[in-house]
Design a protein around this ligand. Structure first.
Ligand code: NDP
Length: 250
């Protein structure tokens, strides 16, 4: 089979896990557009891009607020203009705003639902017609262990992340005959800035609950993304992959 050059769009592409995903896809010879937000500021993404270039990775960066459907439509048009198509979409952008339900504001609820779940709808809807027309696509949604087991202080995050897999399973059925696969990855605790910012004492307690005895690495999530993104992975769809060091088995 002739090698067909692929294009990927990765939301949250400049973040901890996102950077590893972009790098791993790039190494496969895939053109990668890394989407960033930065609260509407562009400097951090430019610095990230320059640093990646020094390391030998050349990425396109594209801006979007994934909460906003118009912003996602413009981002996708941008990528299509620059690269002609999108074969692989990784919905990886996400945030936490933790509080117990009794103290959670409507704003904390809505911001996390919009950033973590509406985002998947906004970006995927913007991309899907191009994939359907070309009869090919790989969509990978990044959920969380806390969608599967729940987490104290995270009704917003757990609900949004659990919603992602419902989206995955429904869309997988809609587009299965169009050569498009849709899958979820549910990472456990990964050693990104987000997790390393947790006080060491609490982090040690978390690690004690992980049978493999350590945090995961962003690269370990990226390897799974690359596997699912391959054209050879066409029989895997609607699945949810738990990458959590054995912390939650079901
Ligand atoms: P980071 O905080 O490093 O990355 C999150 C990314 O989301 C950032 O690149 C950020 O972009 C982007 N983002 C946030 N808000 C928006 C927005 N409104 N519009 C567009 N992009 C936005 O975290 P991680 O790399 O750790 O997390 C990546 C994903 O993995 C998340 O979905 C997270 O929930 C999930 N996850 C992480 C785990 C972990 O242990 N780290 C465990 C389980 C799941 P920018 O910085 O440009 O604003």
């Amino acid at each position: 089979m002739p090698h067909i050059h692929k294009v990927a769009l990765v939301t949250g592409g400049t973040g901890g896990i996102g950077t590893a995903i972009c790098q791993h896809l790039y190494v496969q010879g895939i053109t990668v557009a890394a989407a960033y937000y930065g609260g509407g500021k562009h400097e951090k993404a430019q610095t990230w891009k320059a640093k990646q270039s020094e390391l030998g990775y050349e990425f396109t960066t594209v801006y979007a607020d994934v909460k906003d459907d118009q912003s996602c439509n413009s981002m996708v048009s941008d990528v299509l203009k620059k690269h002609g198509k999108i074969d692989i979409l990784v919905n990886n952008a996400g945030i936490t705003q933790d509080a117990q339900l009794k103290n959670m504001s409507t704003e904390q609820w809505l911001t996390v639902l919009r950033t973590n779940l509406d985002s998947v709808f906004n970006v995927t809807r913007a991309v899907i017609n191009d994939m359907v027309q070309r009869n090919y696509g790989r969509i990978i949604n990044i959920s969380s262990i806390n969608a599967q087991k729940g987490q104290f202080g995270q009704v917003n995050y757990s609900a949004a992340k659990a919603g992602i897999h419902g989206f995955t399973m429904a869309l997988a059925q809609e587009v299965a005959r169009k050569g498009i696969t849709v899958n979820t990855i549910s990472p456990g605790y990964i050693a990104t800035d987000m997790v390393m910012a947790i006080p060491e004492e609490i982090r040690e307690k978390i690690i004690a609950q992980i049978p493999v005895g350590r945090l995961g690495k962003p690269e370990e999530i990226a390897r799974m993304v690359t596997y699912l993104a391959a054209s050879e992975s066409g029989f895997i769809t609607g699945a949810n992959f738990a990458l959590n060091g054995g912390q939650h088995m079901h």
